[in-house]
Design a protein. Sequence first.
Length: 479
Amino acid sequence: MARAVLSIASEVYPLVKTGGLADVVGALPAALAAHQFETTTLVPGYPDVMKSLSGQRATMQWPDLFGGPARLVEGEAGALSLFALDAPHLYARAGGLYGDAAGKDWPDNWKRFAALGQAGARIARDRAFDVVHAHDWQAAMAPVYLRYSDLAGPPSLITIHNIAFQGRFDASVFAGLGLPPRAFSIEGVEYFGGVGFLKGGMQAADAISTVSPTYAREIGAAEFGMGLEGLVAARRRDVHGILNGIDAAAWNPQTDDHLAARYDARSLARRAANKRALEAAMGLARDEGLLLCVVSRLAWQKGIDLIAAIADGLAARGVRLAILGSGDKSMEEAFRDLAARHHGRIAARIGYDETLSHMMQGGADAIVIPSRFEPCGLTQLYGLRYGCIPIVARTGGLADTVIDANDAALAADAATGFMMRTSDAQGLAEAVERADAIHRDAAAWRRMQRRAMKADFSWTASAARYAEVFNALIGSAQR
Ligand code: ADP
């Protein structure tokens, strides 16, 4: 018999998305169905959610949910079964999901996401779900409300997509959460004298997961744990690292409509047409030499400043660079400046452009991802699938998915990319130099592309891991 999962999240692709979280929440239900799990996804009733939900049925009411009435609206969006928490006083507003148009956090975010957690806990109990899957700090209060209730509820898993975002609030909000006083403690939501939603959820959930095995280890240490390393270490036995999969239909070089020429591992010669198209689109000189690309948020996390630091050196060696990204204003400026100084060698497109991101993966020789930390990372997975060889930092999901072209891996014909030996500009420069040297040997480069394209990072294997964790939780809850 199928088991019922209540997945709780603040984003779900394709309805509302600001990052990789939405992709995971949107893709897992279909992948889990193969393991006899039926998922219903609870999301805030943002305007974009309410208008895309078909077959709407209101099934639960709250006369007063954190300052106003709310109801649960059930419906479908594509293949997804959805619960929307329709609470206009919390979610019906113009602007972003977490803040206003200027990017300033909504001052009542603690109420907005405590409400999501509290409603989720009630739904999980009343509708007899077998397991709760809470994503990130915005859903982290669901396990907390389940734990501090007098009523029995299902077991829960909390998944951390990025531990840098923790949902920390002033201690004064505690009084409004409707939790018993004992919840303001080390075992509860108290965190460095304030309230920590993610921290509370990690204490209360029966299991914790994050999106790669290496990141799961890293967040147990101060360098990556961002204050939560002690808790991760204490719960080590309950912490799982499960890689994200990619949308194998949207990211398939054989069928990708964004490309000038479609190709597979046997028809790599066709890729040259995409390189020409990318050069033309970006205003780069036409050239057979190594063409690097960057598709990224321009943020400290992503190590983008390291690329800027070595860009002059790259141009001097004849390596070209195409950048697509937006974010940090000073980095946007730095790349505009580099592009102006190295016309035809370095080109930057500041903004978000889905089509261009596909053209980069399908036309550039390599994609550069020198992240300081990377919970999983998707662009290296697209790069592998497209034969756009990843040049990456040795951290998180990058370390778990790319096989560095060291001598042993080259001798064994196993390498799929290049890993920085040190996490600094020099380490990046050295990795690019190694890539450039192999790229000059067309046959060796093509062998590497073919190997990269064979790697399988679809959801199949990862969904099986989630199913294992859910089954174990349900099994121990029944004992
Ligand atoms: P993160 O979620 O930390 O930003 P990921 O690598 O997990 O990093 O996912 C980033 C996603 O956003 C990828 O699908 C990538 O292609 C896409 N992306 C990032 N920046 C841009 C951009 N400027 N234009 C188009 N797509 C982008």
